[in-house]
Design a binder for this molecule. Structure first.
Ligand SMILES: Nc1ncnc2c1ncn2[C@@H]1O[C@H](COP(=O)(O)OP(=O)(O)OP(=O)(O)O)[C@@H](O)[C@H]1O
Length: 259
């Protein structure tokens, strides 16, 4: 395996990470470093464990009955799976955006204000307004919704809903944003907008994106990790992975021979 991924400062670091769903092992000894200030893409054929790895980072796998995680996974050097970790706080630090936009059946304003309210981040209404506006702005949505903040979030277009979900994630000031195929339900124009947004956000957040689209990985990420049958096969600079992969399996996947 290529271990060149283990240099530099890692925001998220896994060592020997294994995940089981009951008897089924989904990840085998994954050593992977995710750096801040860049976008890391996780690619590989269906069922290779990309989403499983992603969901470990904010412990979404805790919600799956019978799921078990071995090995080490750290955020800024702290064990994500330590028994004293407050999972609610962890998920505020490590936000998530899902495949299908899933705004709450609430107003646009309340969707974004939800997290800050729960975490008591605003001292008064003016401060909450500020957080909501700034988050919508950062998500590139403010211009489109500023006159309809009290309308339902579910009434927006799919692409707008996804940017609303990104605004909702940003509102609690996360350090890491996990995105699980965030554009797969979007049309090409909405996809382009979300990709542009990912690029803008990478200076301030560590972003990890699972994608089925190699074109998307090439467009939005600086580093790419290729998984196959639960193993990390290769990790490197995105350009290198797509132009000069070191492993035959990576080569086979990116040239469309399987997957
Ligand atoms: N909740 C679960 N219960 C049992 N097995 C699961 C569960 N979730 C995933 N798996 C299995 O773990 C393996 C890895 O799944 P995972 O969803 O991480 O793959 P993936 O690479 O993200 O796939 P896809 O691209 O299809 O989403 C697969 O074999 C899958 O069937």
């Amino acid at each position: 395996m290529n271990t060149a991924n283990t240099n530099g400062t890692a925001k998220v670091r896994s060592r020997g990470l294994e995940v089981f769903y009951g008897e089924k092992q989904a990840l085998f000894g994954v050593d992977l470093d995710i750096r801040s200030g860049e976008v890391t893409a996780l690619i590989g054929p269906s069922g290779c464990g990309k989403s499983t790895f992603l969901r470990c980072i904010n412990r979404m796998n805790d919600l799956v009955d019978g799921a078990k995680v071995n090995g080490s996974l750290t955020l800024d050097g702290d064990d994500i799976y330590h028994r004293e970790v407050d999972v609610v706080q962890l998920r505020a630090k490590v936000g998530m955006v899902f495949q299908k936009p899933n705004p709450f059946p609430k107003s646009i304003y309340d969707n974004v204000a939800y997290g800050p309210r729960i975490h008591g981040m605003a001292a008064d209404q003016a401060e909450l307004d500020e957080i909501v506006m700034t988050s919508l702005e950062k998500a590139g949505l403010l211009g489109e919704v500023k006159d309809r903040l009290q309308e339902s979030g579910t009434g927006l277009s799919g692409g707008q809903q996804q940017r609303l979900c990104i605004a909702r994630a940003i509102a609690v000031e996360p350090e890491v944003i996990l995105m699980d195929e965030p554009c797969s339900a979007l049309d090409p124009i909405a996809t382009a907008k979300v990709e542009e947004l990912i690029d803008e956000l990478r200076d301030n957040y560590t972003i990890v994106i699972v994608t089925h689209s190699m074109q998307q990985a090439a467009r939005v990420s600086q580093r790419t990790a290729f998984f196959h049958l639960g193993k990390l096969i290769e990790m490197g600079d995105t350009e290198q992975i797509f132009t000069n992969p070191q492993q035959p399996l990576t080569q086979g996947y990116i040239t469309g021979r399987f997957g």
